[in-house]
Design a protein around this ligand. Structure first.
Ligand SMILES: NC(=O)c1ccc[n+]([C@@H]2O[C@H](COP(=O)([O-])OP(=O)(O)OC[C@H]3O[C@@H](n4cnc5c(N)ncnc54)[C@H](O)[C@@H]3O)[C@@H](O)[C@H]2O)c1
Length: 438
């Protein structure tokens, strides 16, 4: 589970180191932050509980970076993280509940966005408009329309953005792509990724309850519709509710599909998408997203597939992974290693193991790009948008109706199936206007 993974990483870092204003969407010219290689870059973190905190800790392993501000809608999270920063790094930071106040600080060069997916769009566009460079967590956003406007904002305000698909900064995935480019696998007809984790089914629905003390729940909801507070739709498990996330496909899918698309050198959307899914394992569970889902994206000469189940058993003995099936053999990969299983004796067996820390590499690449004003980060916003839109196509096809053949027209911003268009863009609450750039 990505949450557990990041928690483990956070623990590793811990031991190793220790509603009101709205930004006008007006083009401004900003001085490049940290233009000198020796200048210290000031970081502000928005969303401090889990992955955002991991990202900040990874960033602070690099020289010339300091955290100056934290923002979270939960006082308990803010207090814990502020104390931890003081203890581990001796950094005394200002805290905010409203991210717009953090963005008003002129001395902040970089903003990390570690909030739930439904917040990424507004916060990234506002951060870009305020002249900050952004490390934004994956999936880039919770809808196709949001992905598109976020790319426009980053280009329009000329900001450096890294998307938290950290596998892009891991040597063994680069080596895997080099191997695929060599052509040794022969013709590749099928590529598949999967993630099977039982956290995708919330078996026992929890009753609604009062908002916990110190939590600004209205600000947690932000652009999403008003709903009573419920612990299951809050910290961590918001992933399984459509207004905030997209289930395992957006949670794990962006990471793994990124490797599949990169491996096949795909930079565009598929010809069409077909998906089947449901709450088949636990129809009474609290989750809204699919506990069982299959997606197929069609290309001219191969098929890309996805599978997720709310179980812990999965193909090739791996909870998550991917394979490329070629005429000469099959390459199976996860974050630990990749292996080639030949067809007969057509090609040699091969195993490559991962080394190094992808979080440290990924934040390091971002800092380097900020200093050199290079928009081509290891996982650019354009790439984050591509992978996120693949996941949304899969969920939308299954939500419209099992077996709906979905084609998305990027120029008209429309689907071939009218019922799908209601999933294109979320209805933001009036106080959170949907960002317009240009
Ligand atoms: N790259 C990875 O491997 C990886 C792993 C885990 C999570 N993630 C991503 O990180 C993001 C956060 O996930 P998480 O597991 O940390 O979720 P989480 O629920 O544990 O933490 C989110 C935090 O954001 C805060 N928050 C919510 N709205 C806010 C707002 N308007 N302003 C400030 N703070 C706000 C919450 O109070 C909470 O502290 C998600 O997009 C998720 O997909 C990425």
């Amino acid at each position: 589970m990505t949450t557990n993974y990041s928690r483990r990483t956070f623990l590793k870092y811990s031991t190793a180191l220790a509603a009101g204003l709205s930004f006008p969407y007006i083009a401004k010219t900003f001085a490049a932050p940290g233009s000198s290689a020796n200048e210290t870059l000031n970081v502000g973190l928005i969303g401090c509980r889990n992955m955002g905190w991991g990202d900040l800790n990874a960033m602070l392993t690099h020289k010339g970076v300091r955290c100056v501000a934290l923002c979270d809608v939960d006082d308990a999270v803010l207090a814990e993280r502020k104390a931890a920063l003081a203890k581990k790094y001796g950094q005394n930071v200002e805290t905010f509940k409203d991210y717009r106040k953090l963005l008003e600080r002129k001395d902040i060069d970089i903003v990390i966005i570690g909030t739930p997916d439904h917040w990424h769009c507004r916060q990234l566009v506002d951060a870009c408009a305020a002249g900050k460079d952004v490390y934004v967590e994956k999936p880039l956003a919770n809808s196709i329309a949001e992905c598109e406007v976020m790319v426009n904002a980053a280009v329009h305000y000329n900001r450096v953005v890294q998307v938290g698909q950290q596998q892009r900064s891991h040597a063994h995935w680069h080596e895997m792509v080099d191997y695929l480019r060599s052509g040794e696998l022969g013709k590749i007809g099928r590529v598949k990724a999967w993630a099977n984790f039982d956290y995708a089914a919330l078996h026992t629905p929890a009753p609604d309850s009062p908002v916990p003390a110190g939590v600004d729940y209205d600000l947690w909801l932000g652009p999403a519709p008003v709903r009573p507070f419920n612990q299951q739709r809050f910290h961590g498990s918001w992933r399984m509710f459509w207004n905030y996330g997209g289930g395992l496909l957006t949670d794990w899918g962006v990471h793994l599909l990124d490797m599949c698309l990169w491996g096949m050198d795909v930079k565009t959307l598929p010809l069409h998408t077909v998906a089947h899914g449901g709450k088949f394992l636990d129809p009474e569970g609290a989750h809204e997203t699919f506990d069982t889902l299959s997606v197929a994206w069609q290309f001219k000469d191969f098929i890309l597939e996805w599978e997720n189940n709310a179980t812990n058993n999965a193909p090739h003995g791996k909870n998550y992974g991917l394979f490329f099936r070629g005429s000469n053999g099959t390459l199976v990969a996860d974050r630990g290693k990749w292996e080639v299983f030949p067809e007969g004796k057509k090609i040699p067996v091969k195993t490559a193991r991962a080394k190094g820390d992808f979080y440290v590499n990924h934040t390091g690449n971002f800092l380097e790009c900020v200093r050199t004003r290079n928009r081509a980060t290891a996982c650019s916003i354009e790439n984050g948008s591509l992978c996120a839109r693949y996941t949304h196509l899969g969920n939308i096809s299954a939500r419209v109706g099992n077996g709906t053949l979905l084609v998305y027209d990027e120029h008209k911003h429309q689907f071939n199936v009218p019922e799908a268009n209601r999933f294109f863009k979320p209805d933001y609450r009036p106080q959170w206007e949907f960002p317009q750039v240009r």
